[in-house]
Design a protein around this ligand. Structure first.
Ligand code: HEM
Length: 144
């Protein structure tokens, strides 16, 4: 079960990075090129949000079943003192939860804006921040 979840989480991460990159760049282009906000822009932002929320659920289940969460509770000082264990048990989960929160705030704020500029601005700010936060704490060494 754990290996299936890990494979799903690992594979879904590729899709997530591609979709989030496209949604973020699309928002930035819309902002700086002063485009009108259309259905395509709305769909890209929504798909980015959905794909990330699915990864959040996979990640939470993976974390709960992982040896890292149990080690964190049974031996916190050892986990926190080891860079790799701390990354998988604490830093990666915490940072991506912050990223999902940023995405959700950005998505909800863009919906409340009336004009195109305001919509693109909200998506640009929050999606860019979220994307950078995700990238900052991925377990790159073991993934790639
Ligand atoms: C934006 C969302 C996320 C992305 C892009 C992402 C990406 C990744 C990647 C690429 C790996 C390495 C997989 C591998 O080695 O094959 C990984 C591992 C892991 N992730 Fe995430 N993740 C996300 C969210 C989460 C969340 C929310 C949690 C938990 C609350 C989580 C917990 C874990 C754990 C525990 C591992 C280590 C699995 C292992 O090595 O056994 N992830 N994640």
């Amino acid at each position: 079960m754990y290996n299936i979840l890990k494979a799903a989480h690992s594979g879904w991460a590729y899709l997530l990075l591609i979709v989030l990159f496209i949604a973020t760049v699309n928002a930035l282009i819309g902002l700086f090129a002063k485009k009108d906000f259309g259905n395509k822009d709305f769909s890209l932002a929504l798909v980015g949000l959905i794909v990330t929320h699915i990864q959040l659920l996979l990640g939470l289940a993976l974390w709960a079943l992982s040896p890292y969460s149990s080690a964190l509770f049974s031996n916190p000082s050892e986990v926190m003192g080891n860079d790799n264990l701390r990354l998988l048990a604490v830093e990666h989960p915490l940072m991506v939860i912050i990223a999902v929160t940023l995405l959700t705030i950005g998505y909800s704020k863009h919906k409340k804006k009336i004009v195109s500029h305001g919509k693109f601005k909200m998506l640009s700010i929050f999606y860019t921040l979220a994307f950078l936060v995700v990238l900052s704490r991925l377990p790159w060494d073991q993934w790639m």
